[in-house]
Design a binder for this molecule. Sequence first.
Ligand SMILES: [Fe+2]
Length: 115
Amino acid sequence: MKFGDTLKGKEAEGKEKHVPAIEVGKGKGEAGADMVHVVVGKEVPHPNTTEHHISWVELYGVKKDGQVIDLGCSAFAPSYTNPNVRFQVPVEQFQAFCALAYCNIHGLWEDCIEV
Ligand SMILES: [Fe+2]
């Protein structure tokens, strides 16, 4: 088994939504900074209880030369904070963004977008 085999994507979605949605907001941050928005459960909220919640979301960027950069990770307090986070990123340096989201019951979920 490879670590990548543990990652699930849109094809594995059931009624509960886990795939992190990634949106780029060029110039949408403070002082015109570029932002990358990552949210789990954008259309169908994921449960957010102590028993069942999204623990963290991590964003990676793939630079134009192929180098992968870990851009940041955000951890959430179940029942208090929702998996909805914005990262300030110089978008023009990247060709793609990928995100991971971890559900304490349903495991690791991924998605990538090209920019
Ligand atoms: Fe879940």
